[in-house]
Ligand binder design. Structure first.
Ligand SMILES: Cc1cc2nc3c(=O)[nH]c(=O)nc-3n(C[C@H](O)[C@H](O)[C@H](O)COP(=O)(O)O)c2cc1C
Length: 338
């Protein structure tokens, strides 16, 4: 292929590069993959409403998320097993996120420890994603390491009391390659299935902002706010958990309305274009996160691949803002999309 010009090109390159085991795990969703497909289709259903003859001689893609400056309204979602995509794994992603000026969220099920990721990109903003295991000391050890290494928010994933049933993995008899070590083992089925809203207060005890990831309803958005969430990620885990739930984009507006300014609202699921990020901003998100879009860059070309994906998306956001008649992400309003 000629040089990749968009995320779709990286998806093809990644598919060529990855073995079938890894590709099934990274690309797949739960059940019939209805939600996986709908995450993408929902962006296609929406239309932007550009305003013209607005002064766009100076456009910035910069914004802030939980008070942290980011160069673009696109963060890196927590993704397990990144060394299965590329030998440098999470360390490459951390360096790329730092170079692009955005926040990386490290997964509990990473193939690098929080301390290694911190050392790979000193001073860069990073969040830690929390899965709570039945043996809570395992979770607490990981959080303690993240806190000691200046991770600045804890992202509690709430849509995963059990892993979703991902049939691509079942068919291929998915296995973690033997040479990899996972920081927090999510595959043994040892999640704390009794986790409840009260546990948000336990997490808040670490004195870091708590981000609740995996909300799809107004009811849960309200509860998250009442339990002190600093931010909410509208997410269906990239279509990998409960199949048949709404696309993230379709759930966004009801969550934004229920939150009513009490927390920042972020979104992930299906973002492949800068204009997808702009549609999410118009519907009330402060920023989006990318999962597979980042991963395809990592699989195709390691750190440089992730840097290039972020650069392509930043350029798409910048051009999109100008053509939409907005000088910055904060100028995007509900009137900019239908
Ligand atoms: C291969 C893969 C692994 C993932 N691992 C995690 C994880 O460890 N923790 C988590 O909270 N979410 C995980 N997710 C969900 C992502 O954080 C995010 O919600 C999703 O990828 C967004 O959809 P997108 O891939 O269409 O961007 C994973 C997603 C994928 C595709």
């Amino acid at each position: 292929m000629a040089a990749p010009v968009n995320v779709w090109d990286y998806e093809l390159l990644a598919e060529q590069k990855l073995d079938a085991n890894a590709h099934a795990y990274f690309a797949g969703g739960a059940g019939d993959e209805v939600t996986l497909r709908d995450n993408l289709a929902a962006f296609e259903r929406r239309r932007l409403r550009p305003r013209v003859l607005v002064d766009v001689s100076s456009v910035t893609t910069e914004t802030t998320v939980l008070g942290t400056d980011v160069a673009l309204p696109i963060l890196i979602a927590p993704l397990a097993l990144q060394r299965m995509a590329h030998p440098d794994g999470e360390l490459a992603t951390a360096r790329a996120a730092a170079a692009a000026g955005t926040i990386m969220c490290l997964s509990t099920a990473a193939t690098a420890r929080p301390a290694e990721v911190a050392a790979a990109a000193p001073g860069a903003p990073r969040w830690f994603q929390v899965y709570v295991f039945a043996d809570r000391s395992q979770t607490e050890d990981l959080i303690a390491e993240a806190v000691a290494n200046e991770f600045s928010a804890l992202v509690l994933t709430v849509d995963t009391p059990h892993l979703g049933r991902r049939e691509r993995d079942i068919r291929i008899d998915f296995e973690i390659p033997e040479h990899l070590t996972v920081a927090g083992d999510i595959f043994g089925g040892h999640f704390d299935t009794g986790l409840s809203w009260r546990d948000l207060e336990w997490l808040a005890g670490y004195d870091l902002p708590v981000v609740v990831k995996g909300i799809l309803t107004a009811e849960d958005a309200r509860l998250a706010c009442e339990h002190g969430a600093a931010a909410i990620v509208v997410s269906n885990h990239g279509g990998r958990q409960l199949d048949g739930v709404s696309s993230s984009l379709d759930a966004l507006e009801e969550v934004v309305a229920a939150v009513d300014g009490r927390a920042e609202v972020l979104l992930d699921g299906g973002v492949r274009r800068g204009t997808d990020a702009l549609k999410a901003l118009a519907l009330g998100a402060r920023s989006v996160l990318i999962g597979r879009a980042m991963l395809w860059g990592l699989a195709a070309a390691g750190e440089q691949g992730v840097v290039h994906v972020l650069e392509l998306l930043r350029n798409e956001v910048e051009l999109g803002l100008a053509l939409l008649g907005c000088a910055s992400p904060s100028d995007v309003t509900r009137a900019h999309a239908t």
